[in-house]
Design a protein around this ligand. Sequence first.
Ligand SMILES: [Zn+2]
Length: 271
Amino acid sequence: MKILIAADMEGVTGVVNWDQVNPSHAEYARFRKLMTEDVNAAARGAFDAGADEVLAVDGHHDGANLLVEELDPRVRLISGSPAPLSMMQGVDETVDGVFFVGYHARAGTQNAILDHTWSGAVMNVWLNDVLVGEFGLNAAVAGHFGVPVLLVTGDQTACAQTAALLGELEMAVVKQALGRFSAECRSPQLAQQEIYEAAVRAVSRLEQGDAPEPFIVDLPVQVRIEFAKSSQADHAELIAGLRREGTRVSFQAGEMLSAYHTFRAVVELAG
Ligand SMILES: [Zn+2]
């Protein structure tokens, strides 16, 4: 059994503000270590429950946050950016399940640490009129390969939002968000024990045929993006085939991987 751990940083144990996830800030060193430990807890749970292969992909910022020298030596790490599948590099038909570790709620969410959707420019993204966040886009990429998301870790709001979209997956709530920049945090020791136990349950359910369904979008998929500023939409609409209305652009894609690629190109251009 092969598990892919897709890791982000905003939902990591103890993280409550941008300084802590910003490589140019002194605080960052503490939190990349905690990110690594959260991933290790998830990996240990996966192995203990019967996984024989765990891949981790580092999805925050430039994809170079996880400390390779401190990772569980059984884990293979996909590091750096950009990779063809970005935050989901490593997923394919040989993967049996995905863990989202350190995830955050979508932009505009109340009581959600560092809520956003991919970049500060994006207010909302819909796939076929379903509002999704980063977690939804990434889950749909896994769904393209028929792979379910089994586990999410982050604050209570990120976990609830992910479960609302993807179904009854396992979760580990590592902090209770009290706002965008404030949370009641569990100690890393206890939070990581909970991540470990949730990972064990996630893999056990998969083995018993009780995993959540993969998130598979109907094709062709309609993608609609709402930007914060009209100037961002001015840039985005330069891509051929996009429709534009105010701060929103939309396009259709024949399959989910090209939808994901076009989304990333549009957001990159929007700045
Ligand atoms: Zn991030």
